[in-house]
Design a protein around this ligand. Structure first.
Ligand SMILES: Cc1cc2nc3c(=O)[nH]c(=O)nc-3n(C[C@H](O)[C@H](O)[C@H](O)COP(=O)(O)OP(=O)(O)OC[C@H]3O[C@@H](n4cnc5c(N)ncnc54)[C@H](O)[C@@H]3O)c2cc1C
Ligand code: SF4
Length: 325
């Protein structure tokens, strides 16, 4: 591990100034420290933000607001979160392990890096870790890789379960940096790899995530998260689906569907949503709508099974959401 310094900061202003000088934010440290031990990441200074007042979880006007330093476990257990956005609680509980969820922050979860094995192997070609070096996964072990949003340069999936739920729920993110504060949809945090997979997100230098805002709509109580994986705990998604349904008088009025484990970023499914509107919430109609999910999908040698698994996972998630309306 490379030597590094740690600055403990007491205000957002101090944090942003320290990060502007080249420091890297650290919250729970559950993933950044691993990457530093493996020397995949080599920051020379860390900015410990844990003393900032960013651990809030509250209902504000028509939004659930979750501070960047709130821990995954406390957000998942929060009564208001469970009441207005059960999808968020379920997505969080399906991630990592109880020990990790106690330490891991919401900001850190959204900023975690890919789990492609070659990204962590210093002697493997990886455009994300070492731009221009190639992509060992394209011809190598790629069963867990993405089928949507890939390029010749990278096909790693975005690993966060929470991000999938937040994208489905049209959440926004509030950030502050040297140029002031701004707010944008969480989907816009993530870049497609294209020919620059080392550029993963749209935060500007030294920008600090303050909180996420999730609109509260009555039908969000139907939200469900289904995660298909190799083992039932402590494992990332092969395919996951977040589904929310608004059904009135036996007809779907609105639908929100987003998926994980298949895209190079959390993947919203507008064609699936559109195909549900005006339909009765039956398995046959869910299957017909879910068939739209694989438009534009491109498989590698080992992940073709996801093209069949994706619509099935969406269908089942929609059925689960339908049971709650
Ligand atoms: C074994 C294992 C299994 C896991 N399984 C899952 C899983 O199934 N699903 C899932 O979703 N996740 C999973 N994770 C990921 C886990 O959720 C993340 O490690 C955790 O959420 C990161 O939070 P943290 O606070 O520890 O982040 P840190 O390690 O402290 O930081 C991570 C990154 O976020 C940046 N950052 C942190 N806070 C901010 C902020 N406020 N503003 C700007 N940048 C910030 C840091 O600079 C760093 O780049 C797993 C992790 C491990 C180790
Ligand atoms: S898929 Fe992406 S992260 Fe994995 S080796 Fe290729 S460039 Fe690196």
């Amino acid at each position: 591990m490379m030597p590094f310094t740690v600055a403990q900061v007491a205000s957002e202003r101090e944090a942003i100034t320290s990060a502007g000088g080249g420091g890297r934010y650290i919250a729970g440290g559950t993933t950044l420290i691993d990457l530093m031990r493996e020397e995949v990441e080599r920051p020379s200074s860390l900015v410990d933000i844990n003393r900032l007042s960013l651990r809030h979880i509250r209902l504000e006007r028509n939004a659930l607001v979750i501070g960047a330093l709130a821990r995954m476990a406390e957000v998942a257990a929060h009564p208001e979160v469970r009441r207005v956005h059960p999808l968020i609680a379920e997505a969080l509980e399906e991630g990592a392990s109880p020990q990790l969820r106690n330490m891991a922050s919401i900001g850190g979860n959204l900023m975690q890096r890919v789990r492609c094995p070659y990204f962590r192997m210093l002697d493997a070609a990886c455009n994300k870790r070492s731009p221009g070096s190639g992509c060992a996964a394209i011809e190598g072990v790629n069963g867990g890789h993405a089928i949507l949003g890939t390029s010749e340069s990278c096909a790693a999936t975005h690993p966060s379960d929470l991000a999938v739920a937040l994208v489905a729920l049209d959440a926004t993110m509030r950030v502050r940096g040297p140029q002031g504060e701004r707010r944008f949809p969480i989907i816009d945090l993530y870049r497609l790899p294209e020919d620059k997979p080392h550029l993963e997100h749209t935060l500007r230098p030294a920008e600090l995530i303050l909180d996420v805002h999730v609109p509260v709509q009555p039908f969000a109580v139907s939200g469900r998260y289904l995660k298909v994986r190799d083992r039932s705990s402590y494992e990332f998604a092969l395919v996951s689906a977040a589904a929310v349904l608004d059904v009135r008088n036996g007809v779907v009025r609105a639908a929100r569907v987003a998926c994980g484990g298949v895209g190079t970023r959390p993947w919203r499914m507008p064609a699936v949503e559109a195909a549900l509107i005006g339909q009765r919430p039956t398995r046959a109609n869910f299957e017909t709508a879910a068939a739209h999910a694989t438009q534009g999908a491109r498989a590698l040698s080992g992940n073709g099974y996801k093209i069949a698994l994706l619509p099935r996972t969406i269908t089942r998630a929609l059925e689960m959401a339908g049971e709650k309306v």
